[in-house]
Design a protein around this ligand. Sequence first.
Ligand SMILES: Nc1ncnc2c1ncn2[C@@H]1O[C@H](COP(=O)(O)OP(=O)(O)OP(=O)(O)O)[C@@H](O)[C@H]1O
Length: 384
Amino acid sequence: MSDDAYLSLKDIDAGYGRTRVLEGIDLMIGKGEFVALLGASGCGKTTLLRTIAGFALPSAGSIRVGGRDVTRLPPDKRGMAMVFQSYALWPHMTAARNIGYGLRLKGWRREAIAARVAEMEALLGLGGLGGRKPSELSGGQRQRVALGRALAVDPDILLLDEPLSNLDARIRLTVRHEIRALQQRLGITTIHVTHDREEAMVMADRIVILDKGRIAQLGTPEAIYTRPASAFVAAFMGAENVVPLDAACSGHRVDIAAGPLNRAAGLMLDRPAPPSGRLEARFRSERLELRRLDVQSAADGGAIELIGRVEAVVYPGGEWRHTVRIGDGSVLVDCPEALPPGSDVLVRVPASGLFLFAAPADGPAGASPSAADENSPARERLTA
Ligand SMILES: Nc1ncnc2c1ncn2[C@@H]1O[C@H](COP(=O)(O)OP(=O)(O)OP(=O)(O)O)[C@@H](O)[C@H]1O
């Protein structure tokens, strides 16, 4: 995706008044691609979408579509259509008139509009509902009317601003698959703003992770999930367990010194290791092993072993979720069998599920040996 990008953003800065929201955004999107913009509330997702749409002007940079510079063009000259979070349907108009709204603005003839509206109603499963006002439709139906209005004008690019966030959880699951299937059938280039990680994962070809107005990572769902480029992306993609470790690293090799919170370990990573020194280790709560500390086991390498004590155990469904105190922090560990609170345990994290980053100067937010509770198993090992 380089020279043949269909939509290309080059060095975009944008904001409101003197507040800068987006900084140096470079983004290339291929024709027919579905890209999700994912990030925490306030990181600039909607601002980026509005800038692409032409509702906000960038203070620097350029936007091109199919080789044409659209940076200064008004929204209706960009060949794009947007579906808003609130749907923004006209309440006094029927579903059919809402769908045909953009066509009327373009001066289409009445019969041509009726034919196109009928086509959209059939495409979106709205048959028989065209005569209803938005207030007489369910949330999912309103959302489809909004989508119909956007697609009716046959845009080159479809922009979706959290269109599923007002739907209840069950309907969202169906609608996300419907939108993705429709997008693939029509082959329409689509940018979808969401703060729902799973929604981005199941819908998009590629995901852009935004952090404070900058692109933190851009890649396929699988690449971002399995190879997060930073501690921020790892945490955002669910690797929220964090412990500090001291390691000597070289190439892909990581040798972790025994510490109050962990046993010694030697790992070969499938990616280059971070620089030697204090590391921030991140991992998800799944695909871990939880063992009683007093049960002897042969260390088979390929994993780090953390020393902790079970504080709480709950059953959210599927596996038991343990809160394990490690030093003065805690991690969540899911496993098929429950170990009771108070159990001294080893948490095994396989190298394949471990993300290592240089620790920030002010230290990671997770467990720290310095403040380890006097009675913790970690402390016992330290003083043994
Ligand atoms: N019209 C505005 N005037 C001034 N500041 C604004 C305006 N709209 C948004 N902002 C600010 O710009 C920043 C980015 O907002 P934006 O709506 O793009 O974030 P977002 O990632 O879409 O958030 P959310 O997920 O909560 O919708 C926020 O700090 C927000 O307060």
